[in-house]
Design a protein around this ligand. Structure first.
Ligand code: GAR
Length: 220
């Protein structure tokens, strides 16, 4: 039987990516165990999702710890107490300090709702619609000391249509987030990810040389 990687999942809101990870574990597609879900907000709906599956939760409110390093030390203590190996940022809307990132070097994953390095930062679905790109998507990456900059593990591409709003594009991207995040974690769990410089090499990855999307689709 494959080993189960011990996860600590950090959230700030709805937690639909957390739910996708829970579902993947429960259906046997992901060899992992969520040791703790931590939210920086008391009102994060993701907390109830975790509790419904008997996963321990903790709220560590950033407003009561204004110093970022102090806050991150509490996060670290909480994760270490549960012997977490891999930290999963699932809609966690806070930057981590260099202290945290160095301690968990190549052991923090984030999901971002755009095709990095395009559209880093916040409100990126709105920015993609406004820019007029024909494609956007999502990116799973390891976290380094720069925001939305770390080595890329997986990406999924979705079309952007003329009638899209920030909300319709966000929903389309989110459906793909729910597919690629659990599978990226599974690659880690299987020991198939190797970081060399800024690149992530995936052992045994298949290559589809003919894969291409064209938007609008060619009419001839
Ligand atoms: C997701 O779209 C995720 O990519 C994004 O927040 C949403 C969380 O949704 N993360 C970021 O923008 C990080 N900078 P969820 O709470 O339903 O998983």
């Amino acid at each position: 039987m494959a080993r189960k990687v011990a996860l600590g999942v950090l959230i700030s809101g709805n937690g639909s990516n957390l739910q996708a990870i829970i579902n993947a574990i429960e259906s046997g597609r992901l060899d992992a165990e969520i040791r703790i879900v931590i939210s920086n907000r008391q009102d994060a709906q993701g907390l109830a999702r975790a509790q419904r599956h008997q996963i321990p939760t903790q709220v560590i409110d950033h407003r009561s710890h204004p110093d970022r390093e102090m806050y991150d030390k509490i996060l670290i203590d909480t994760l270490q107490a549960r012997q977490v190996e891999l930290v999963i940022l699932a809609g966690f809307m806070r930057l981590l300090s260099p202290l945290f990132v160095r301690l968990y070097s190549n052991r923090i994953m984030n999901i971002h709702p755009a095709l990095l390095p395009s559209f880093p930062g916040l409100h990126v679905q709105k920015k993609a619609v406004e820019y007029g790109v024909r494609f956007s998507g999502c990116t799973v990456h390891f976290v380094n000391e720069e925001c939305d900059e770390g080595p890329i593990i997986a990406q999924a591409v979705v079309p952007v249509f003329a009638h899209d709003t920030e909300e319709t594009l966000a929903e389309r991207i989110l459906r793909q987030e729910h597919r690629i995040y659990p599978s990226a974690i599974q690659l880690y769990s299987e020991g198939r990810l190797r970081v060399t410089g800024r690149r992530v090499v995936i052992e045994g990855a298949r290559a589809n040389e003919e894969a291409a999307l064209v938007e609008p689709p060619p009419e001839t």
